[in-house]
Design a protein around this ligand. Structure first.
Ligand code: PLP
Length: 412
């Protein structure tokens, strides 16, 4: 948790519709990192990182989509991963010492984190990235995006589920021998440098809505609903931090697939983590979301306060498929399985007088086979994605036993 969250002045919100994405993001970044990074350096990091847009697209009356898939790996995690890579590079002094000088990033992925982090850090000097992913549980396209890169990126194929990968990473951070042997850092959304930058595009979404609807931010504050397809809850958590800074959003919806411990928490007040199950929206297959603790803390451990700002939703694979089909038929908009959860929850829960946007967290081409089987329509693969698929897979096989992972790292 940051020590404090500084609200942005009203003047910023009045000015926001006239600013570019990078300018909006830079102002938000100053609130978080301004005390630690000089203005010019921070500005350069923000402008380099956000070299692609996150546009708001109208899908139907009162329902907008914030498209977060225009970055290098076609998923929202590019924003946080690129920002974090640049920030980490900025902070880790260019050291000539061999071995100990290298910063080792450990990242567990259920699909998209691995590709975003690997591509964000690819070729960055002084940093080595280990991507842990569950064998057979990420799509072939996702796997290509991190397992074919080589250079300073090592892909580790774990015989287990995502939660096993996450447990290995967490154990590694707490292991005294490993920490004495090498410098370790996390790139999952437990890391603030990766998760806070995600708040940037929520401000940009509201700026665009303000322009599109020709209404001031003060009015939006009363009627904008934001729906976030959630797994580890880093994305929505960054929006909740944004709200503390004054982000004009009235309430949130967290859309889950069948991995719905958070949904259950909202209903019952009890948080009961359990092993994840595999679904069509695999980047949300998380049974014990890391950022639950952060949300809990942000709201002073009050279930009532959390449930006041956030409502939940949960969908089966059948419902996800039905939603992808229906949305394409009725609106012409092609959803991916994650965005489908967001779209459906927003459509079901939007009240009269409200305007909502959901996040489309990945390009449908990342789930080409799934989506095509559902709709019967071809999904075009963007060129960036096609390039990855020509690479050769080079992964290290691993059991889910921490002793094996530790031995492997100690040998590096
Ligand atoms: C990571 C991811 C999510 C879930 O985001 P969290 O921050 O873990 O809640 C949703 N959709 C896609 C495509 C993702 O890659």
């Amino acid at each position: 948790m940051p020590e404090r969250i500084n609200p942005l002045p009203q003047a910023f919100f009045d000015e926001m519709p006239n600013l570019s994405f990078q300018e909006v993001a830079y102002r938000v970044a100053q609130q978080f990192f301004g005390e630690d990074v000089p203005a010019e350096d921070l500005k350069r990091i923000v402008f380099d990182t956000l070299s692609f847009d996150c546009p708001i697209v109208k899908v139907e009356d009162n329902i907008y989509c914030l498209e977060l898939f225009h970055g290098p790996t076609l998923a929202f995690k590019d924003v946080g991963a690129r920002f974090m890579a640049r920030l980490l590079q900025y902070f880790s002094s260019p050291s000539g010492e061999a071995g100990r000088g290298t910063v080792n990033v450990l990242v567990a992925t259920s699909g998209d984190t691995g590709s975003a982090v690997a591509n964000g850090f690819l070729g960055v000097e002084g940093i080595h990235v280990y991507v842990l992913y569950p064998k057979g549980k990420v799509s072939p396209i996702q796997e290509c995006q991190f397992a074919t890169l080589g250079q300073n990126i090592t892909a580790i194929e774990v015989d287990g589920v995502f939660d096993d990968c996450q447990a290995l990473v967490k154990s590694a951070f707490m292991d005294a021998d490993l920490n004495a042997h090498m410098r370790l850092t996390s790139a999952n959304s437990i890391n603030v440098a990766r998760f806070l930058p995600q708040s940037f595009y929520y401000f940009w979404a509201v700026a665009q809505l303000s322009e599109e609807l020709k209404v001031k931010s003060e009015e939006l504050r009363k009627k904008v609903v934001c729906c976030v397809p959630s797994g580890n809850f880093g994305n929505i958590c960054s929006a909740l931090f944004g709200k503390r800074m004054g982000l004009p959003i009235s309430r949130f919806i967290a859309a889950n697939n069948r991995n719905d411990v958070f949904y259950e928490y909202l209903q019952t007040g009890e948080y009961r983590p359990r092993p994840s199950v595999q679904t069509l929206a695999n980047a949300m297959d998380v049974g014990d979301p890391s950022n639950f603790a952060r949300i809990y803390d942000l709201y002073g451990k009050s279930h009532e306060a959390i449930a006041k700002d956030i409502s939940g939703a949960t969908y089966t694979d059948e419902q996800i498929a039905e939603t992808i089909r229906q949305c394409l038929q009725e609106t012409g908009y092609q959803l991916d399985p994650h965005g489908a959860c967001g779209y459906r929850a927003l459509k079901e829960q939007l009240r009269p007088g409200e305007v909502g946007f959901f996040l489309e967290t990945a390009h449908p081409a990342k789930f080409k086979d799934t989506v095509e089987a559902i709709t019967g329509q071809p999904v075009e693969i963007p060129e960036r994605l096609a390039t990855f698929m020509q690479g050769r897979k080079q992964s290290v096989p691993m059991t889910k036993d921490f002793a094996d992972f530790k031995a492997y790292l100690l040998a590096q």
